[in-house]
Design a protein around this ligand. Structure first.
Ligand SMILES: Cc1ncc(COP(=O)(O)O)c(C=O)c1O
Length: 396
């Protein structure tokens, strides 16, 4: 009988992209949806980056295949930027340029895991992690963080989840969906745990530039140098430079693992589009002002959204340290009737809000954390305020 492979048949559509798709469909039908769903900056890519891409389009050298590992100029720019922003000295040879950091996550799992190997994933987590672990033959092990402390995990929580098959700690800081940024001390403790148990650490640092002052970003392998031989760092230009559509990310690995990931990529997809890579060079080597201006706008919206949601009875909204998400508990709302229907789970609440208030939010179930919603504040201030008012009306 013709059938598709079980591993792929078991994959679900990304719930965050599903919310976004439904919101777009409604908008196309003329429904005035306000979407807190999308995990991407609402700003255009900075003009000097677009100019570099236009120049690349006109240069015949960029019309052909290039090295699967990435353009030399981009790998050098990534190495320079990593030392500048994280204090982590790496060689350009350790860098693999990927189609967004999403592909870097998949490559990391395929490269590190044998069938049955377990990966510790602090929960709530980004939806793609467990799927890529399973696809690579591994077993995702969700480790619940402390809800009273930004859903952070600590060595104690991780130790309880250890087994002889544990091989990787997948650490995302700042975290999607909570906006938690681990502190220097917390990271040092997690690094000591990984060293003590001889684990690989995969550090997803995609939100590094979106930590709100006075908070600061810290990179685990820079803080715990002994971990550098066991660490893969994943990052990209998508969130920091409003370049989600350009699809440029990267992976930094110790030399042997870097070569293995490069071999993998050479057969899976070859090089990332040269035009996008040239744009990424311009972003990384260019001025930081556009990034700082975006961060200031997100910071303003962060305060507005937190304040607005806190004023709605039943919603408990901690202030995020970073990224452009809030992750409030809605347990105080569950059990009520919203838009004429009883709502018992965050999933049902998200559906009711879309129908009754035309507001798109992502239910916590998508991140392994029920009774919560994720709202992205990457939308215009006016839409944000209107969205909060619609939620208030629907819930009261
Ligand atoms: C934690 C995290 N890592 C990686 C990504 C993927 O980003 P990219 O657009 O570079 O593939 C996302 C996107 O939402 C994310 O939230």
């Amino acid at each position: 009988m013709t059938r598709i492979a079980r591993a792929v048949a078991a994959i679900h559509e990304s719930p965050t992209l599903a919310v976004d798709r439904r919101a777009r469909e409604l908008a196309q039908r003329g429904v005035p949806v306000i979407s807190f769903g999308a995990g991407e900056p609402d700003f255009p890519t900075p003009p000097h980056v677009v100019a570099a891409a236009l120049a690349a389009c006109q240069d015949p050298r960029d019309h052909h295949y290039s090295a699967a590992v990435g353009l030399r100029e981009l790998r050098q720019a990534i190495a320079r930027k990593t030392e500048r922003d994280s204090g982590l000295a790496v060689d350009a040879e350790q860098v693999l340029v990927t189609n967004g950091s999403k592909q870097a996550v998949a490559h990391a799992m395929t490269t590190l895991l044998d069938p049955g190997d377990e990966v510790l994933i602090p929960s709530p987590y980004w939806v793609t992690y467990p799927e890529t672990v399973r696809l690579a033959g591994g077993i995702p092990v969700a480790v619940a963080g402390d809800p009273a402390h930004g859903h952070r995990v600590d060595p104690e929580r991780l130790t309880r989840a250890l087994t002889p098959r544990t091989r990787v700690l997948l650490l995302n800081s700042p975290v999607n969906p909570t906006g938690t940024a681990y502190t220097e001390d917390e990271l040092r403790a997690l690094g000591a745990f990984a060293l003590a148990h001889d684990l690989w650490v995969v550090c997803d640092e995609i939100y590094e530039h979106l930590v709100y002052p006075p908070g600061r970003f810290h990179s685990l392998p820079a803080l715990v140098p002994e971990l550098q031989a066991h660490s893969l760092v994943l990052n990209g230009v998508a969130k920091s430079y409003a370049m989600t559509g350009w699809r440029v990310g990267w992976l930094i690995a110790p030399p042997a693992a870097a070569r293995a990931t490069a071999n993998l990529q050479s057969h899976v997809c070859g090089n990332v589009a040269n035009v996008s890579q040239r744009a990424a060079v311009a972003a990384l080597n260019g001025p930081m002002e556009p990034l700082l201006a975006m961060r200031a706008a997100f910071d303003r919206r962060r305060h507005r959204l937190v304040e607005g949601l806190r004023s709605i009875p039943g919603i408990d909204c901690p202030e995020p340290d970073a990224a452009f998400y809030v992750f409030p508990s809605v347990s105080g709302v569950l059990g009520r009737t919203v838009g004429g229907r009883p709502v018992k789970t965050a999933l049902e609440l998200a559906e009711a809000l879309l129908e009754a208030a035309q507001v798109a939010v992502v239910p916590g179930e998508a991140f392994g954390c029920p009774e919560h919603l994720r709202l992205a504040f990457a939308l215009a201030d006016q839409d944000l305020e209107e969205g909060v008012e619609r939620i208030r009306t629907a819930l009261t």
